[in-house]
Design a protein around this ligand. Sequence first.
Ligand code: APR
Length: 259
Amino acid sequence: MDAAKLERAVEALDQARLVVAATGAGMSKESGIPTFRDAQEGLWARYNPEELASPQGFRQDPARVWGWYNYRRRLIAGSSPHAGHRALAELEELVPRLVVVTQNIDGFHKQSGSSTVLELHGNINRFKCFEHGHPVDIEIPPAAGDGPLEPPKCPRCGSYIRPDVVWYGEMLPHGVFEQAENFARSCDVMLVVGTSGIVYPAAALPMAARVGGAIVIEVNTQPSQLTQMVDILLQGPAGEVLPALVTGLAARGPGGGHA
Ligand code: APR
Protein backbone atom coordinates (compact mmCIF):
# COMPACT_ATOMS: atom_id res chain seq x y z
CA MET A 1 0.00 0.00 0.00
CA ASP A 2 1.38 3.40 -1.03
CA ALA A 3 1.90 5.54 2.13
CA ALA A 4 1.60 8.89 0.33
CA LYS A 5 -1.69 7.89 -1.30
CA LEU A 6 -2.99 6.59 2.01
CA GLU A 7 -2.16 9.92 3.64
CA ARG A 8 -3.98 11.84 0.88
CA ALA A 9 -7.01 9.62 1.39
CA VAL A 10 -6.92 10.15 5.17
CA GLU A 11 -6.69 13.91 4.59
CA ALA A 12 -9.75 13.81 2.32
CA LEU A 13 -11.72 11.84 4.92
CA ASP A 14 -10.66 14.28 7.60
CA GLN A 15 -12.17 17.14 5.61
CA ALA A 16 -15.40 15.33 4.70
CA ARG A 17 -18.87 15.90 6.09
CA LEU A 18 -20.60 13.12 4.18
CA VAL A 19 -18.79 9.94 3.18
CA VAL A 20 -20.37 7.26 1.00
CA ALA A 21 -18.82 3.79 0.91
CA ALA A 22 -19.93 1.92 -2.21
CA THR A 23 -19.07 -1.77 -1.92
CA GLY A 24 -19.16 -4.79 -4.22
CA ALA A 25 -18.31 -8.49 -4.22
CA GLY A 26 -14.60 -7.84 -3.50
CA MET A 27 -15.64 -6.44 -0.11
CA SER A 28 -16.74 -9.90 1.03
CA LYS A 29 -13.95 -11.83 -0.65
CA GLU A 30 -11.85 -12.05 2.50
CA SER A 31 -14.86 -13.43 4.36
CA GLY A 32 -14.72 -16.30 1.91
CA ILE A 33 -18.00 -15.43 0.15
CA PRO A 34 -17.77 -16.48 -3.48
CA THR A 35 -19.36 -14.34 -6.17
CA PHE A 36 -22.47 -15.65 -7.90
CA ARG A 37 -20.41 -17.20 -10.67
CA ASP A 38 -17.71 -18.56 -8.38
CA ALA A 39 -20.41 -20.28 -6.31
CA GLN A 40 -21.67 -21.98 -9.47
CA GLU A 41 -19.69 -25.16 -9.03
CA GLY A 42 -20.65 -28.82 -8.67
CA LEU A 43 -24.22 -29.49 -9.63
CA TRP A 44 -24.93 -25.76 -10.08
CA ALA A 45 -22.32 -25.33 -12.85
CA ARG A 46 -24.62 -26.76 -15.52
CA TYR A 47 -27.18 -23.95 -15.28
CA ASN A 48 -26.97 -20.51 -16.78
CA PRO A 49 -27.37 -17.65 -14.28
CA GLU A 50 -30.91 -16.84 -15.50
CA GLU A 51 -32.06 -20.36 -14.65
CA LEU A 52 -30.99 -19.78 -11.05
CA ALA A 53 -31.82 -16.12 -10.61
CA SER A 54 -34.74 -14.80 -12.64
CA PRO A 55 -38.56 -14.79 -12.32
CA GLN A 56 -38.74 -17.09 -15.38
CA GLY A 57 -36.23 -19.49 -13.81
CA PHE A 58 -38.25 -19.58 -10.59
CA ARG A 59 -41.54 -20.16 -12.43
CA GLN A 60 -39.94 -22.97 -14.39
CA ASP A 61 -38.42 -24.73 -11.37
CA PRO A 62 -38.97 -23.17 -7.92
CA ALA A 63 -37.15 -26.00 -6.12
CA ARG A 64 -34.03 -25.54 -8.22
CA VAL A 65 -33.87 -21.80 -7.48
CA TRP A 66 -34.71 -22.20 -3.77
CA GLY A 67 -32.06 -24.97 -3.54
CA TRP A 68 -29.45 -22.65 -5.09
CA TYR A 69 -30.23 -19.88 -2.64
CA ASN A 70 -30.33 -22.35 0.24
CA TYR A 71 -26.79 -23.41 -0.72
CA ARG A 72 -25.60 -19.81 -0.93
CA ARG A 73 -27.32 -18.88 2.35
CA ARG A 74 -25.44 -21.75 3.98
CA LEU A 75 -22.12 -20.42 2.64
CA ILE A 76 -22.93 -17.02 4.12
CA ALA A 77 -24.17 -18.44 7.43
CA GLY A 78 -20.84 -20.24 7.78
CA SER A 79 -18.85 -17.01 7.25
CA SER A 80 -18.59 -13.70 9.04
CA PRO A 81 -17.69 -10.06 8.41
CA HIS A 82 -13.95 -9.24 8.41
CA ALA A 83 -11.77 -6.37 9.62
CA GLY A 84 -12.71 -4.27 6.57
CA HIS A 85 -16.43 -4.43 7.37
CA ARG A 86 -15.67 -3.55 10.98
CA ALA A 87 -13.46 -0.64 9.86
CA LEU A 88 -16.36 0.88 7.91
CA ALA A 89 -18.55 0.62 11.02
CA GLU A 90 -15.79 2.30 13.07
CA LEU A 91 -15.39 5.04 10.46
CA GLU A 92 -18.90 6.20 11.40
CA GLU A 93 -17.47 7.44 14.70
CA LEU A 94 -14.75 9.44 12.96
CA VAL A 95 -16.69 11.36 10.29
CA PRO A 96 -19.89 13.43 10.65
CA ARG A 97 -21.95 11.12 8.42
CA LEU A 98 -21.31 7.85 6.64
CA VAL A 99 -23.65 5.93 4.33
CA VAL A 100 -22.86 2.45 3.02
CA VAL A 101 -24.28 1.53 -0.38
CA THR A 102 -23.71 -2.11 -1.24
CA GLN A 103 -24.30 -4.48 -4.10
CA ASN A 104 -23.76 -7.40 -1.73
CA ILE A 105 -26.67 -9.44 -0.45
CA ASP A 106 -24.89 -11.06 2.51
CA GLY A 107 -25.94 -8.49 5.11
CA PHE A 108 -22.40 -8.24 6.50
CA HIS A 109 -22.33 -4.44 6.76
CA LYS A 110 -25.33 -4.38 9.10
CA GLN A 111 -24.01 -7.40 10.97
CA SER A 112 -20.74 -5.59 11.66
CA GLY A 113 -22.47 -2.48 12.96
CA SER A 114 -22.84 -0.01 10.08
CA SER A 115 -26.04 1.87 10.82
CA THR A 116 -27.06 3.28 7.43
CA VAL A 117 -26.82 0.64 4.72
CA LEU A 118 -28.57 0.81 1.37
CA GLU A 119 -28.72 -2.70 -0.07
CA LEU A 120 -29.10 -2.14 -3.81
CA HIS A 121 -29.53 -5.81 -4.66
CA GLY A 122 -31.54 -6.84 -1.60
CA ASN A 123 -30.67 -9.31 1.14
CA ILE A 124 -30.42 -13.07 0.83
CA ASN A 125 -31.85 -13.61 4.32
CA ARG A 126 -34.98 -11.54 3.73
CA PHE A 127 -37.94 -13.10 1.97
CA LYS A 128 -41.09 -12.19 0.08
CA CYS A 129 -43.71 -14.17 -1.76
CA PHE A 130 -43.24 -14.79 -5.45
CA GLU A 131 -46.73 -13.86 -6.68
CA HIS A 132 -47.48 -10.65 -4.78
CA GLY A 133 -44.25 -9.60 -3.12
CA HIS A 134 -45.80 -9.89 0.36
CA PRO A 135 -42.97 -9.41 2.86
CA VAL A 136 -42.40 -12.62 4.81
CA ASP A 137 -40.92 -11.62 8.11
CA ILE A 138 -39.63 -14.92 9.40
CA GLU A 139 -36.19 -16.40 9.89
CA ILE A 140 -35.56 -19.33 7.59
CA PRO A 141 -32.29 -20.99 8.55
CA PRO A 142 -30.57 -22.68 5.62
CA ALA A 143 -31.23 -26.41 5.41
CA ALA A 144 -28.51 -29.06 5.26
CA GLY A 145 -27.77 -30.79 1.99
CA ASP A 146 -27.40 -29.59 -1.55
CA GLY A 147 -29.70 -29.73 -4.52
CA PRO A 148 -33.30 -28.78 -5.26
CA LEU A 149 -35.52 -27.92 -2.30
CA GLU A 150 -39.19 -26.99 -2.27
CA PRO A 151 -39.64 -23.40 -1.10
CA PRO A 152 -41.88 -22.66 1.91
CA LYS A 153 -45.25 -20.99 1.24
CA CYS A 154 -46.38 -17.46 2.02
CA PRO A 155 -48.58 -17.43 5.17
CA ARG A 156 -50.79 -14.78 3.55
CA CYS A 157 -51.47 -16.07 0.04
CA GLY A 158 -49.98 -19.55 -0.16
CA SER A 159 -47.67 -18.78 -3.10
CA TYR A 160 -44.04 -19.78 -2.91
CA ILE A 161 -41.53 -17.73 -0.95
CA ARG A 162 -38.42 -16.38 -2.71
CA PRO A 163 -35.35 -14.48 -1.47
CA ASP A 164 -35.76 -10.70 -1.53
CA VAL A 165 -32.85 -10.11 -3.90
CA VAL A 166 -32.71 -8.48 -7.31
CA TRP A 167 -32.84 -11.05 -10.10
CA TYR A 168 -31.94 -10.73 -13.76
CA GLY A 169 -34.52 -8.61 -15.51
CA GLU A 170 -35.82 -7.06 -12.27
CA MET A 171 -35.79 -3.46 -11.11
CA LEU A 172 -33.85 -2.40 -8.05
CA PRO A 173 -36.00 -2.01 -4.88
CA HIS A 174 -38.18 1.06 -5.19
CA GLY A 175 -36.46 4.28 -4.19
CA VAL A 176 -33.23 2.68 -2.96
CA PHE A 177 -31.14 3.57 -5.98
CA GLU A 178 -32.54 7.11 -6.03
CA GLN A 179 -31.51 7.51 -2.39
CA ALA A 180 -28.05 6.14 -3.16
CA GLU A 181 -27.69 8.50 -6.11
CA ASN A 182 -28.64 11.49 -3.97
CA PHE A 183 -26.04 10.57 -1.38
CA ALA A 184 -23.49 10.03 -4.15
CA ARG A 185 -24.17 13.45 -5.66
CA SER A 186 -23.88 15.23 -2.35
CA CYS A 187 -21.02 13.39 -0.65
CA ASP A 188 -17.54 14.84 -0.14
CA VAL A 189 -15.71 11.54 -0.33
CA MET A 190 -16.73 8.29 -1.95
CA LEU A 191 -14.89 5.10 -1.06
CA VAL A 192 -15.44 2.57 -3.85
CA VAL A 193 -14.51 -0.84 -2.45
CA GLY A 194 -14.19 -4.17 -4.23
CA THR A 195 -16.30 -3.56 -7.28
CA SER A 196 -15.39 -4.07 -10.90
CA GLY A 197 -17.60 -1.17 -12.01
CA ILE A 198 -19.32 -3.25 -14.65
CA VAL A 199 -22.80 -3.87 -13.24
CA TYR A 200 -25.18 -0.92 -13.70
CA PRO A 201 -26.77 1.09 -12.24
CA ALA A 202 -24.44 0.63 -9.22
CA ALA A 203 -21.44 1.39 -11.43
CA ALA A 204 -22.84 4.87 -12.11
CA LEU A 205 -22.49 5.98 -8.49
CA PRO A 206 -18.76 6.87 -8.55
CA MET A 207 -19.37 9.10 -11.58
CA ALA A 208 -22.32 10.76 -9.84
CA ALA A 209 -20.02 11.47 -6.89
CA ARG A 210 -17.33 12.82 -9.18
CA VAL A 211 -19.75 15.13 -10.98
CA GLY A 212 -20.99 16.32 -7.58
CA GLY A 213 -17.43 17.35 -6.69
CA ALA A 214 -16.48 14.48 -4.36
CA ILE A 215 -13.04 12.97 -4.03
CA VAL A 216 -13.37 9.38 -5.20
CA ILE A 217 -11.08 6.83 -3.53
CA GLU A 218 -10.95 3.30 -4.89
CA VAL A 219 -9.97 0.32 -2.75
CA ASN A 220 -9.28 -2.71 -4.91
CA THR A 221 -6.67 -5.43 -5.21
CA GLN A 222 -6.23 -4.45 -8.84
CA PRO A 223 -7.15 -1.62 -11.21
CA SER A 224 -10.77 -1.78 -12.43
CA GLN A 225 -13.03 -0.17 -15.02
CA LEU A 226 -13.38 2.72 -12.59
CA THR A 227 -9.70 3.38 -11.93
CA GLN A 228 -9.32 5.94 -14.72
CA MET A 229 -11.94 8.22 -13.20
CA VAL A 230 -11.00 7.97 -9.52
CA ASP A 231 -8.74 10.41 -7.67
CA ILE A 232 -6.84 7.87 -5.61
CA LEU A 233 -6.42 4.11 -6.02
CA LEU A 234 -5.45 2.38 -2.80
CA GLN A 235 -4.35 -0.95 -4.15
CA GLY A 236 -4.75 -3.79 -1.68
CA PRO A 237 -7.34 -5.98 0.02
CA ALA A 238 -10.27 -4.25 1.73
CA GLY A 239 -9.47 -6.08 4.97
CA GLU A 240 -6.12 -4.27 5.15
CA VAL A 241 -6.74 -0.94 3.43
CA LEU A 242 -9.91 0.05 5.30
CA PRO A 243 -8.44 -0.57 8.79
CA ALA A 244 -5.35 1.43 7.72
CA LEU A 245 -7.59 4.36 6.74
CA VAL A 246 -9.38 4.21 10.08
CA THR A 247 -6.10 4.02 12.01
CA GLY A 248 -4.74 7.00 10.04
CA LEU A 249 -7.85 9.08 10.65
CA ALA A 250 -8.12 8.15 14.34
CA ALA A 251 -4.47 9.19 14.81
CA ARG A 252 -5.40 12.73 13.81
CA GLY A 253 -7.63 12.97 16.86
CA PRO A 254 -11.03 14.60 17.18
CA GLY A 255 -12.03 17.91 15.61
CA GLY A 256 -10.65 17.36 12.12
CA GLY A 257 -11.08 19.76 9.25
CA HIS A 258 -14.84 19.53 9.14
CA ALA A 259 -15.64 21.53 12.27
N1 APR B 1 -10.39 -6.28 -1.61
C1 APR B 1 -10.78 -5.34 -2.51
N2 APR B 1 -11.18 -5.62 -3.76
C2 APR B 1 -11.17 -6.90 -4.15
C3 APR B 1 -10.78 -7.94 -3.28
C4 APR B 1 -10.37 -7.59 -1.96
N3 APR B 1 -9.98 -8.50 -1.07
N4 APR B 1 -10.89 -9.11 -3.96
C5 APR B 1 -11.33 -8.81 -5.18
N5 APR B 1 -11.52 -7.48 -5.32
C6 APR B 1 -12.05 -6.74 -6.47
C7 APR B 1 -11.76 -7.35 -7.82
O1 APR B 1 -10.51 -6.91 -8.31
C8 APR B 1 -12.93 -6.80 -8.65
O2 APR B 1 -12.62 -5.54 -9.22
O3 APR B 1 -13.45 -6.76 -6.34
C9 APR B 1 -14.05 -6.64 -7.62
C10 APR B 1 -15.17 -7.66 -7.72
O4 APR B 1 -15.83 -7.47 -8.93
P1 APR B 1 -17.18 -8.26 -9.29
O5 APR B 1 -17.01 -9.71 -8.94
O6 APR B 1 -17.56 -7.91 -10.68
O7 APR B 1 -18.24 -7.71 -8.23
P2 APR B 1 -19.27 -6.47 -8.32
O8 APR B 1 -18.62 -5.28 -8.89
O9 APR B 1 -19.89 -6.40 -6.97
O10 APR B 1 -20.35 -6.91 -9.36
C11 APR B 1 -20.93 -8.16 -9.32
O11 APR B 1 -22.95 -8.83 -10.27
O12 APR B 1 -23.59 -11.00 -9.86
C12 APR B 1 -23.95 -9.65 -9.76
O13 APR B 1 -25.34 -8.64 -8.21
C13 APR B 1 -24.13 -9.33 -8.32
O14 APR B 1 -23.43 -7.40 -7.18
C14 APR B 1 -22.98 -8.45 -7.95
C15 APR B 1 -22.42 -8.02 -9.28
